[in-house]
Write a protein that binds this ligand. Structure first.
Ligand code: BGC
Length: 787
């Protein structure tokens, strides 16, 4: 049972609390309360073990292929969180004995996990437990843990095992070759594991300190080693009211870390370095390490992003903070060779792979709030050109065909080939997206464009951006298929964002986005020809852009772009969608969990029904409006409205990516109550009462979508062809919202109420922007009446 209103005073809307322990729903808090810093993610499994638990520690970018017939994934590193506790020889577990005043809490402000309760053992001894844990944002390699056990009534003997346990797998797949284990000075434990295919060394060190009633004790532990496991056993006698405290400090390093991923690398020096860092950190101790971590959260995150919502429903503000918390812990901001996984670093789902989720749903937060990190994420895609060119070549195309799922940049396509059960045949369903879900290449080009428009970062464009746009456009030019009858280029046999329609021709989203991508390349080509011919020559020498641009030029205006139908202005999602049969979708629209349609139909059958998994055609109205295509008649407001009313009832939001887009569009077309209820549903994907939604990990794109719905939806912020537009429309019960965006290198703070908009620029550079059709300029601060 989750609760969001435990925080009061300074902690109001900062605490996510679990008020009761339930071994059947462990996945929820393990995932939504996971800790991380972009370097690593630590799932918040409880210290004491339970059958239903999932213990995960992932380090970004450490991809490995466990077996030849599997795809590469982030391996689950050795665990340091498990502590096996015995009270007078009896196993401690919340499944036995009696528990009272149970509380588990994630403090979003300090990024600390806290758990406390009273537990009475089956023999009747009552103890008070407290656990604390953090993954440092100050030093990305450090994990701190603290445990305290107080005997409230009787003398007790406590014993516990704690160390490093590498008996971990990814649902049974073993990624590691066992390395050396060692205990130094009966205190500092070191364990090494090496991935069996990518050959990455992981070095984990840990150490414990024990005190009773504040006095350090030399507990003289027993040293143990087992297969893939090394641990210490401590035995302590407690008198009534004695308090045992244990601190456990851990460091995690890998040979993939930038500083070590060099030709001079040696495991020995990594071992020494990591052990030294452990010893230094251990000396500093939990409290001071935590203080630095807390300050890092304040300076890098909360002061920086500065987001406030004053709403009658305080959950709204908490949900935004939850979103910013997770956007921070999921993002490998330290290394531009790494991307964000669809389930962040919180679970095995989607194997740590990056999808279009990043560019379309997560990146906007960084583009507007922390452009440096946005740049790093786009640079990851630049490095990925290697894999994208390989995929294009393997498929007989030119240019860069980005993988639907991307892992290490040079891997190319890593989408698994088989997935869930087919309810009709009992076989494994084939996953087609790695073959035919191709819009991702255009989505990445769009992201480059959006980043450039909002930041003006010319340097990025010169070094990376132009090349990405040219090579994706070239892919599309080679991908188009000439239809002799229609005298048009078609894009056949694809999957659009709506994955419930496989092997369709002319998915509107794909065709329009490909068109945008090609037009963008042409625009950039002429800009470069005028302004930077030297760079154009350089690019030409490398990727032969002049020849490609000719092909792009001749083909682009002949791409088939489905028009809105005369009778109702609906843009056909693909060539056949509007002719498919319609069924009563009420049951699925009202479902409590997603994808229930698969209980009744298999993929082939769903392909024949007018039902849409997630925002598809509608997404075009939101994306293309931001571009030079914004005044295309086909995207006028009345067309937007007609399409929204057509597709929303047919969209099941069976992908967590969907709701935020519909929330933004509902707001655009004046359906404000619907917009808010879609926003709230989006917030509840991870935070809602359904306790199983996050078992495989949190929904990274939905989390980005929550921020988008608030900023692009309710605050009405939009970049339209290089101009800043702000058309706010707060939900009725929101009194105000305040946040900072970065526009052309300058932080701009927006304060919005029901009737006013205040814009404040930080660097006193003149800002020009449009509010409900009127242009304004300001080089300091301006307040406008908006109603
Ligand atoms: C969605 C995709 C998404 C993927 C990863 C799928 O269910 O349909 O659009 O990229 O999940 O989040």
């Amino acid at each position: 049972m989750l609760n969001y209103s435990q925080g009061t005073g300074l902690l109001e809307n900062w605490l996510i609390s679990e008020m009761e322990f339930s071994p059947d729903t462990l996945g929820k808090c393990e995932a939504i309360m996971y800790l991380g810093n972009g370097y690593m993610g630590l799932r918040s499994a409880t210290e004491e073990p339970y059958i239903q638990e999932k213990r995960n520690l992932f380090v970004s970018g450490t991809f490995n292929k466990a077996e030849e017939n599997e795809v590469t994934e982030l391996p689950n590193l050795a665990d340091i969180t498990r502590i096996d506790i015995r009270v007078d020889g009896e196993k401690f577990s919340l499944e036995i004995g009696k528990t009272k005043q149970y509380l588990r809490q994630l403090n979003l402000k300090t990024a600390e996990l806290y758990r406390t309760f009273y537990w009475t053992s089956p023999q009747g001894k009552e103890l008070k437990f407290k656990f604390r844990r953090f993954v440092s944002l100050d030093n990305l390699h450090i994990i701190g843990m603290k445990m305290s056990i107080e005997s409230t009534s009787h003398p007790v003997q406590i014993s516990f095992d704690s160390g490093i346990n590498a008996q971990m797998t990814n649902s049974g797949s073993q990624h590691f070759i066992e390395g050396e284990r060692r205990i130094f000075d009966k205190k500092f434990i070191q364990l090494i594991q090496t991935t069996n295919e990518s050959n990455i060394d992981m070095v984990i060190n840990t150490a414990h300190d024990l005190s009773i009633n504040g006095q350090l004790v030399n507990a003289n532990p027993t040293m143990n080693m087992g297969r893939r496991k090394v641990w210490l056993t401590y035995d302590v006698e407690l008198k009534p009211h004695d308090k045992l405290e244990m601190e456990k400090i851990t460091t995690v390093f890998t040979s993939r870390d930038k500083e070590f991923d060099t030709n001079e690398y040696s495991l020995q020096s990594l071992r020494e370095h990591s052990l030294n860092v452990l010893k230094e950190s251990f000396e500093i101790g939990y409290d001071r390490l935590f203080e630095c971590h807390k300050q890092a959260w304040q300076s890098k995150v909360w002061s920086n992003y500065d987001f406030e919502i004053n709403s009658d429903n305080s959950f709204d503000e908490l949900a935004i903070r939850f979103s910013i918390y997770h956007l921070t812990v999921m993002t490998p901001a330290h290394d531009d060779r790494m991307g964000i996984g669809a389930k962040a670093l919180s679970g095995e789902g989607y194997k740590g792979h990056s999808f279009w989720d990043t560019e379309i749903f997560i990146l906007p937060f960084f583009v507007y709030s922390n452009p440096q990190i946005a740049k790093s994420l786009l640079t990851y895609r630049y490095h990925g050109l290697v894999g994208a060119r390989k995929k294009a070549m393997d498929n007989g195309f030119k240019g860069a065909m980005y993988p639907w799922e991307m892992a290490w940049p040079s891997d190319g396509e890593v989408t698994p080939i088989y997935g869930d059960v087919d309810v009709v045949t009992g076989e494994q369903m084939k996953i087609w997206s790695g073959f035919i879900e191709q819009h991702i290449s255009a989505d990445i080009a769009f992201a480059v464009y959006q980043y450039y428009q909002v930041t003006n970062d010319q340097d990025f464009m010169d070094n990376y951006g132009y090349e990405m746009v040219f090579d994706t456009a070239r892919f599309w030019a080679s991908r188009l298929e000439w239809d002799e009858g229609k005298q048009r280029y078609h894009i056949n046999n694809v999957i659009g964002p709506d994955e419930y329609k496989e092997h369709v021709n002319n998915n509107a989203f794909t065709n329009y986005m490909a068109y945008f991508n090609m037009k963008l390349a042409i625009n950039y080509y002429y800009i470069l020809a005028n302004k930077n011919p030297r760079l154009l020559e350089e690019l030409n020498a490398r990727i032969n852009i002049k020849e490609a641009i000719q092909e792009i030029h001749t083909k682009v205006e002949q791409i088939y772009l489905p028009n809105p139908r005369n009778e109702d202005l609906v843009i056909p999602q693909d060539d056949t969608y509007l002719q498919l049969k319609e069924i009563d979708l009420t049951k699925y629209k009202q479902q409590e969990s997603v994808r229930t349609i698969y209980k009744d139909y298999n993929a082939e059958q769903i392909n024949t029904i007018q039902v849409t998994k997630q925002a598809d055609t509608l997404l075009l109205f939101y994306l293309l409006e931001q571009t030079f295509l914004h005044d295309d008649n086909r995207f006028q407001d009345k067309v937007k409205r007609a399409n929204f009313h057509y597709y929303e009832p047919r969209t099941l939001h069976d992908s967590s990516l969907s709701l935020a887009t519909h929330a933004i569009l509902a707001n655009d077309i004046g359906e404000h109550d619907l917009a808010y209820s879609l926003f709230k549903e989006a917030c509840e994907i991870d935070l809602g009462p359904n306790m199983n939604t996050s078992d495989d990990g949190v929904h990274a794109a939905a989390i980005g979508g929550v921020w988008k719905a608030a900023v692009f939806g309710f605050a009405g912020v939009r970049q339209i062809d290089g101009e800043l537009h702000i058309n706010p429309n707060l939900p009725k019960h929101w009194h105000s919202m305040k946040f900072t965006i970065h526009w052309h290198g300058q932080p701009v703070t927006l304060f919005i109420t029901q009737s006013t908009l205040t814009v404040k620029v930080s660097n006193k550079q003149q800002l020009s922007f449009e509010v409900f059709g009127k242009r304004f300029k300001c080089s300091d601060s301006i307040t406008l009446a908006i109603k």
